[in-house]
Design a protein around this ligand. Sequence first.
Ligand SMILES: [Zn+2]
Ligand SMILES: [Zn+2]
Length: 295
Amino acid sequence: MEQWILLGMAPVFLALIGLEAWYWHRRKQGQYSLVDTLSNVALALMHQVADLLAWAVTIGLFYWVYLHRLLTVPSTWWGIALLVIGQDFFYYWFHRAHHRIRWMWASHVTHHSSERLNLSTAFRQSLTYPISGMWLFWLPLAWLGFEPTHIVAVVAINLGFQFFVHTQAVGKLGWLESVFNTPSHHRVHHARNARYIDKNYAGVLIIWDKLFGTYVEEDDADPCEYGIVGQIHSHNPITLTFHEWRELLRDAGRAAGWRAAMGQMFGPPEQARSHLDAVAANDPRLAKAAPGPDA
Ligand SMILES: [Zn+2]
Ligand SMILES: [Zn+2]
């Protein structure tokens, strides 16, 4: 079902990407590059296949948990509204965990590794999310009493909504900024400027960031610089999918003892040995990139 919601929206997504690319082309601004967009599309297709398999494997578990549920939430309008809000709450924690735990960041880094930000960046996902344990974050919803197929659908709707916040073509949106995740909030999330890193994890509602202390407003005086701290400079979907996993396994293998190895796998990404080595070696990928001719 989830696949059909996102596939059904695919023509809208593609049309808007075309429109946005044309908009920037007319303004002679290189927000798009063909190779970057093609690599985003390839990553989206790889992710969709993995996601379909992951749901096929885990849906039985969701129904098992649902059988042992606390309550039964009816499929009324308010039941669905509760599910949308509840799923968005767990999305916040899914997203925060995927930035702060390296085992999860190894999947999520793919979404952040483009030095551009446009609607096609929303397509940039990793096929390794099921290994990182994304599905774990929706399991409490089944335990609370939401029907598993409804959970799958609402996860897809949340992701579908987030397509629209991946753009530099839209400024601030008035009162909507105080309640919803907006393009402005999500630009901050994709920026690697020190004050913007690990902020604005919101899916649909920005209120979670405000409640849990991770909210930062976009400041025109500090323009967003997109990408990750150690830029990857690759358009190869395989490299983009697996580079952090490779480093993670290597760092864990080199660690002195199992405690240190666990720290490399499940600690914060900035304490990874490969990251600290890059800092010590003054790796140019860590430096702030000079604005390119099309920036
Ligand atoms: Zn993120
Ligand atoms: Zn994003």
